[in-house]
Ligand binder design. Structure first.
Ligand code: NAP
Length: 545
């Protein structure tokens, strides 16, 4: 089956033989992929000419209602999406994260659109500014949608959630989307878009899909378009420096590699609930989606005195993880998304192992259930113990698979320094029952991190965990390690202010916790972080920003 693209209001079959896409578990061919024959410029123009005007006629509430209808519609097709997702190597739990998570994003944005935005087509930005003595001459800032297309380039690891997470805010903002999935799992995104198109719930032109290479897509971008990218830092670098992007100042938002850390407090010795929480979370983050999560813990920072205990406890848990065919109910970790991806992880592991020792797992060997370990992209979880906390490898190399490195720190300042060595990560966590330690670490690492989870025995039962991106919170600022660091840190604290967790809102400055809920309670204002959506600030009368 050749994957089709959805452009210019119809389904396009590739004009040339495509590259094969293989089942990550069995190695069988699932589909072929090629974008040959697609006129990228025409697709962008169609989005601008058909999708944009149709969306701009609708109020926020009407767009929100459509997002909700699509979310409810997709819920009826979850079983089909799960079974296709299994072919990407995902277990049922992994598939639910991707599919239900993606549907959840649609419903969350629908609800935010109805609650936080007006039933209007423009959004006021703050109060009117008095510009004259008598108040007859006023200024008012407001937001209107851009007149371009939101080009959304996605990574392979979340073929449903990834596109929906970008599409929902763009749609709510009144900007049409053109989705380009990563090739290895594009068959799942293609089915998702097929379902949405079949539903007939969205205005024509508001969602397009290009399966296969982006070709000359970027050459046709204008200053009204924008790009939202998820993937590796090196691809982001290539795309954001494309001549058209630079010359036309096309807004470019990148979510790239992230060397997330999880810091264990010195108080959390073996036998404490926090120690167990830490080890359980580390193993979960290594094995869910076979570690192919942008939020997975890559660096486990623990006090020097607890290094052995953490390595041993995590290894004991990892030894119980059953790897194999996700269709088998006993299996807890499936395959990586492709054989290429497994090769890539093994390559990255070489760099990591030059700076440490594997305390669990063999990168070249794994026992699997109900599958062929060579035909499928299977791999053992690998836990590494860093020989020297200061060596570059674990702070610079991301092995995008079931891999993590345990690193010892001397004291709080050293832990903060090591966390910062990742040069900005999407999410971090601090696991401790010591409020002062939590406070020092949160404030110390804030300039480098997106979302920070403070985890202890009090909030553990309600916490969604280190690796769950929540549509109500800022996703993070991954990729910052390769790009300029912004002055305003969007650090959020995941503990709910209404029921403060120990070490969180009781001790942190109140603003730290209020920030966590800011996107859901306040109006979207100038500087709000909806980077992929396409808001534009227009000033009247003529005051620039
Ligand atoms: P990738 O190789 O960089 O690819 C990402 C996307 O870019 C794919 O859709 C790819 O398409 C596309 N692409 C590559 N070259 C392109 C070009 N010249 N023009 C236009 N598009 C191009 O990354 P990946 O292997 O899919 O994903 C793994 C990486 O994603 C990891 O490093 C991970 O950290 C990162 N990630 C980050 C987040 C986050 O939120 N921070 C989330 C998930 C993943 P093709 O597949 O067709 O080449």
């Amino acid at each position: 089956m050749a994957l089709r693209s959805y452009v210019n209001g119809s389904w396009a079959t590739p004009s040339a033989q495509g590259a094969p896409l293989l089942d990550a578990v069995t190695g069988e061919q699932v589909a072929t992929i090629s974008s040959a024959g697609i006129d990228m410029g025409a697709a962008l123009e169609y989005g601008r000419a058909a999708g944009g005007p149709a969306l701009r006629e609708l109020t926020f509430h009407q767009r929100a209602a459509m997002l909700k209808s699509v979310g409810l519609f997709l819920r009826e097709y979850r079983a089909e999406l799960y079974s296709l997702s299994a072919r990407t190597g995902a277990t049922l739990l992994d598939s639910k994260l991707d599919v239900d998570g993606g549907i959840g994003v649609l419903l969350s944005y629908a609800s935010k659109g109805r609650r936080d935005l007006p039933n209007d087509t423009v959004l006021l930005d703050g109060d009117a500014e008095q510009l004259s003595k008598d108040g007859q001459f006023l200024g008012q800032h407001f937001f209107t949608p851009r007149h371009g297309v939101a080009v959304q380039v996605n990574a392979f690891n979340f073929p449903v959630w990834g596109p929906l997470e970008k599409f929902a805010p763009a749609f709510l903002a009144g900007v049409p989307s053109l989705v380009k999935p990563a090739r290895s799992t594009a068959y799942l995104t293609a089915r998702l878009v097929e379902l949405i198109v079949e539903s007939g719930l969205l205005p024509e032109g508001s969602l397009q899909l290009v399966c296969g290479s982006a070709g000359d897509l970027f050459d046709h971008l204008t200053d009204q378009d924008l790009v939202s990218f998820t993937g590796s830092a090196s691809t982001a670098q290539r795309l954001r420096t494309k001549p058209t992007v630079v010359a036309r100042a096309v807004p470019f938002n990148a979510e790239a590699d992230s060397l997330n850390c999880s810091i264990l407090g010195p108080d959390a010795a073996p036998g404490t609930p926090e120690f167990d929480l830490y080890v359980r979370q580390l193993v979960t983050e290594m094995t869910v989606k076979a570690g192919q999560k942008c939020t997975a813990i890559r660096r486990a920072l623990v006090p020097d005195s607890l290094l052995d205990a953490v390595a041993e406890a995590a290894s004991a848990r990892l030894a119980k993880v059953v790897v194999g065919n996700p269709a088998d109910e006993s299996v807890q970790m499936g395959a990586l998304a492709s054989l290429d991806q497994r090769d890539e992880v093994r390559r990255s592991l070489k760099a990591l192992l030059s700076a440490g020792t594997a305390v669990f797992g063999d990168p070249e060997h794994v026992e699997v259930v109900d599958a062929d370990a060579h035909r499928g992209a299977f791999m053992s979880p690998v836990l590494i113990r860093a020989d020297d906390a200061g060596r570059a490898g674990p702070h610079e190399v991301e092995a995008f698979g079931p891999v993590s490195t345990v690193i010892g720190y001397r004291d709080t300042a050293h832990a903060i320094d090591l966390a910062a060595r990742g040069l900005g990560s999407l999410v971090g966590s601090v696991v401790t029952g010591d409020a002062d330690f939590a406070r020092d670490v949160v404030i110390g690492v804030a300039p480098w991190h997106g979302r920070l989870l403070v985890l202890d025995q009090d909030d553990a039962a309600e916490s969604t965990g280190h690796g769950s991106p929540l549509p109500m919170l800022v996703h993070g600022r991954a990729g910052a390690r390769r790009w300029a660091v912004s002055a305003a840190s969007p650090t959020t604290c995941s503990a709910p202010p209404s029921r403060p967790a120990r070490g969180c809102s009781r001790r942190l400055p109140a603003a730290g916790c209020r920030a966590a809920n800011a996107p859901s309670t306040g109006p979207i204002r100038s500087g709000s972080r909806l980077p992929s959506c396409g808001w534009e600030i227009r000033s009247w009368p003529g005051r620039g920003r």
